[in-house]
Write a protein that binds this ligand. Structure first.
Ligand SMILES: [Zn+2]
Ligand SMILES: [Zn+2]
Length: 424
């Protein structure tokens, strides 16, 4: 029987100089389900974390599968451990197999007894985990190019579109586009190769929309941030810096990913999006930031691999990139101590001391609360905060703790600028 204490090779453990979010993610996987990170690497045919990173950053050929069936199977294996007692398949006694909860088809149990004991916890999330299990397969349609769905010009002004409920009616073609994907060849290929039956049309329709909403949530949040600070994209070009971008946001990113801003502010003077973060993945968006104004009426994306304060020192101060009109960060997670001290503190102080309009999002109300405390400690002037009307609709499961309530990308936001006004 293998040891129950997480035996992390040196390269997995969050080192003193690590600010990589997925590296600490790997660590938390193992502290919840000992050995899970190893299972994931095995499934991906990788020997260690370094190889995983190289693949993520596009430096190696990456994950090779013989066919789709194998790919989906390996992906599913990473979810195979008993939700009750955390045992992995290799820790089961002979003749024992992990069985899936028939309601959600998402979590596994080693025995009826384990499932029974876990039900009081699991029943609170079983319904929503059923959706997560569908989404994680349907998400494959991003890699095939079926998602995200192209959007339409806005028939209303940006100021009138305050939430998804306002945005959806101006997207008249959306229902038709969803039906087209549902009946597409790729959708058929997907369900032919996974180990479960195809959900009904309504389930698929809603899943496609949830994934689409996660993609658009980022763009619409940037647009909302521009309006919150009353910046006017019609009177002058705008430079938007996205700080702390992760490999998720830059892997497979296309130069058209923020085009929705041109629908939102039709006829604007040019908007530049500069994505900055230590996890930026090579791709078409990795090109130098603009020194002068970009093309009118167009959104121009560039990306730079660095911590933000270093980018400021190395690029902006040398005049090689424009200063930002606004800085946006998607779940920086600076409430987690380690990240704050090593990665975010210099950036937060820079944003504060240069009086830069800043807008950050969080995964949950709890994370917002902790983030506000940190910003207050730093004497940052908080202008506004609360639930984001353009939150992602797609629930995110905490993989190693499936019974934890799922969270949503960009569910909350905080708007801040400069130093807290001094009271006397
Ligand atoms: Zn068990
Ligand atoms: Zn369930």
């Amino acid at each position: 029987m293998a040891s129950q204490t997480p035996a992390l090779p040196q390269s997995y453990a969050p080192g003193a100089n690590s600010i990589f979010s997925d590296q600490s993610g790997f660590f938390s996987l193992d502290s919840n389900v000992p050995g899970l990170s190893k299972v994931i690497l095995n499934q991906l045919n990788m020997k260690d974390y370094g190889e995983y990173r190289a693949a993520v950053e596009g430096k190696s050929k990456g994950v090779l599968f013989r066919n789709y069936k194998e790919m989906f199977q390996k992906m599913e294996e990473t979810f195979k451990f008993c939700t009750g007692c955390n045992r992995l398949p290799e820790h089961l006694t002979e003749g024992q197999t992990l069985k899936r909860c028939v309601k959600c088809l998402n979590v596994y149990y080693c025995a009826k007894d384990c499932q029974k004991k876990d039900w009081p916890h699991h029943k609170k999330v079983c319904k929503i985990l059923r959706l997560v299990a569908i989404d994680r397969l349907v998400e494959w349609l991003i890699f095939t190019g079926d998602l995200p769905i192209p959007t339409q010009k806005w028939s209303r002004s940006a100021a009138d579109v305050k939430s998804w409920d306002d945005w959806l009616p101006i997207q008249e073609d959306l229902p038709q586009s969803l039906e087209k994907i549902i009946s597409s060849a790729n959708m058929a290929t997907l369900w032919k190769n996974v180990s479960r039956t195809r959900p009904d049309v309504d389930d698929l329709r809603q899943s496609l929309w949830r994934i689409q909403s996660e993609f658009l949530s980022r763009v619409l949040t940037v647009g909302m941030a521009i309006q919150h600070f009353a910046l006017d994209p019609y009177s002058k070009p705008l430079t938007v810096h996205l700080v702390g971008v992760s490999h998720n946001e830059t892997m497979g990113a296309r130069v058209t990913d923020y085009d929705e801003l041109s629908h939102m502010f039709s006829g604007h003077q040019g908007i530049e999006i500069v994505m900055v973060g230590p996890e930026v993945v090579d791709g078409p968006i990795v090109r130098p930031p603009l020194r002068a104004f970009g093309p009118k009426h167009k959104v121009y994306i560039s990306a730079y691999k660095s911590l933000y304060h270093q980018f400021w020192e190395d690029v902006i101060e040398k005049g090689d990139a424009a200063k930002p009109d606004i800085v946006v960060g998607f779940h920086p997670g600076f409430h987690a101590n380690q990240g704050l001290v090593e990665g975010w503190l210099p950036t937060l102080l820079l944003l504060r001391d240069y009086n830069i309009p800043s807008f950050f999002t969080m995964y949950s109300e709890m994370e917002l609360k902790y983030s506000l405390e940190i910003l207050l400690e730093l004497e940052v002037h908080i202008i506004d905060s609360g639930p984001n009307p353009f939150t992602s609709q797609k629930p995110e499961q905490v993989q190693a703790c499936p019974n934890k309530p799922p969270v949503y990308c960009n569910s909350h936001y905080v708007q801040f600028q400069g130093l807290l006004p001094q009271q006397d």
